[in-house]
Design a protein around this ligand. Structure first.
Ligand SMILES: [Zn+2]
Length: 429
């Protein structure tokens, strides 16, 4: 019997970094092998189910981002006999910084394949300059039809048509890097302003209140209700100022650089004082991970939502803050400590874009407020959030910079599942 195992595998490998593993071949008796081959391959897979009226078929695309292939038996002319017992082969594979898929450079040919069921990936480890080059994408599982997987496999081949070959395959988690060169990334903060109008119920206001600069009368059914009841309804114009630091870029396991300021958008505090009491009651941050795939120009997409932060039961009043000599408005600057636990999960796949597949993130913030103790009114703010691995590669030194956290925890959901679903014939050359 032949037993093969792949052990001591680097848990997470950075692009440009080193994958090491130990391959153990245990033999019950002396055995002749034609070859024992190792393959490391990273592929992205995009598929769409298409119906032409009578049949439904799958249109798919494979791209090969890294492809390494070598034998464990040196000087193996025609075959090698291994003795009974355990044979240990340490293997080391250096990952590229950039994807070896060169299809982006021939994207112009793409329309011709619009109705074809296959597109042949052209990949090569050779440098081709910046044109049509993409960074090595991270391991990703968005769905069975939108994924990137890296596999390390070993195949022991024995002679004879009817002899079973022995193979073993494992998934490897890969993270992309940012390339550090003379280009300095824009790290300025990003400002986003959102306005929302909520209605508030207050004590009956005389008609004389409603002059320019006052809170306007509520519209719709609340306006009608205001006429007959002992209450008045007013509209409360709100301004939300969201600041995302580092040009809305954040790495895995890092606190989101965020700050929010909420203001009642009128010029004069005397128009609000004693009329509207506004309080911040909840704060929720949700990350939408969007994966968009194209298979022969047919689009496919998937969105995963993950609540990373949910703060309830707040009771923070908006208090008048002197903005200038002339202007006092109720405003609430949400303190930094409120966002202390708003951290990017280490399992999210960072943003990337390769031929036929793109992955990016949107941060949605829901601010809950109460006006005069009424029901909670929600305002949603959203902006793209560029999630990076935080790992950096120095092109001049040709080496990875020390990571600022332990990337060993990166584990995109369902990676093992995608191994079972692997349709690609791994050892087909
Ligand atoms: Zn390709």
């Amino acid at each position: 019997m032949v037993f093969i195992s792949i052990d001591e595998v680097t848990p997470v490998v950075a692009a440009g970094g080193k994958l090491s593993a130990t391959i153990n071949v245990v033999l019950e008796e002396e055995t002749f092998f034609k070859d024992i081959r190792v393959m490391f391959r990273g592929t992205s897979f995009t598929a769409m189910l298409v119906s032409n009226g009578s049949t439904t078929y799958q249109v798919s695309e494979h791209h090969i981002h890294v492809d390494r292939y070598f034998t464990l038996l040196p000087d193996n002319a025609g075959g090698t006999t291994l003795s009974a017992g355990r044979h240990t082969f340490p293997v080391t594979i250096w990952l590229p910084v950039y994807s070896d898929c060169k299809c982006l450079a021939r994207v112009g040919e793409y329309p011709k394949f619009r109705f074809a069921r296959s597109w042949n990936c052209v990949h090569s480890a050779a440098e081709t300059g910046d044109f049509g080059r993409a960074l090595l994408p991270p391991s990703l599982w968005a769905s069975d039809n939108l994924k990137v997987g890296y596999r390390l496999a070993v195949l022991a081949e024995r002679p004879g048509l009817f002899t079973l070959n022995k193979s073993k395959m494992i998934g490897v988690n890969v993270l992309p890097v940012a390339v550090i060169d003379e280009h300095v990334p824009n790290m300025d903060p990003l400002y986003i302003e959102e306005r929302a109008v909520h209605s508030a119920k207050c004590d009956k206001l005389p008609e004389t209140y409603f002059v320019n600069g006052a809170l306007p009368k509520a519209t719709g059914f609340r306006k009608v209700f205001s006429l007959s009841s002992k209450h008045s309804y007013v509209n409360v114009p709100m301004k939300f100022e969201l600041v995302l630091g580092n040009n809305a870029t954040v790495r895995l396991n890092q606190k989101i650089p965020i700050s929010i300021c909420t203001t009642i958008d009128v010029d004069d505090v005397s128009r609000i004082d004693g009329i509207v009491d506004a309080r911040l009651v909840s704060l929720r941050l949700v990350i939408h991970s969007v994966t968009k795939g194209v298979a022969q120009q047919l689009a496919n997409s998937n969105t995963d939502r993950q609540t990373i932060y949910d703060l309830k039961g707040l009771n923070e009043p908006l208090v008048p803050v002197l903005k200038s000599e002339y202007q006092q408005v109720p405003k609430y600057q949400m303190e930094d400590h409120l966002f202390e636990d708003a951290v990017i999960p280490g399992s999210l796949s960072p943003d990337f874009k390769v031929m036929s597949l793109a992955h990016f993130h949107i941060l949605k913030i829901t601010v809950g407020m109460k006006f005069n103790g009424g029901s909670t009114k929600y305002t949603e703010l959203s902006h793209a959030l560029n999630i990076t691995s935080g790992l950096e590669y120095d092109v001049n030194e040709k080496s990875l910079l020390p990571p600022s956290y332990d990337p060993g925890n990166y584990c995109p959901a369902n990676d093992n599942k995608s191994i079972d679903d692997e349709k690609l014939d791994f050892f087909e050359r």
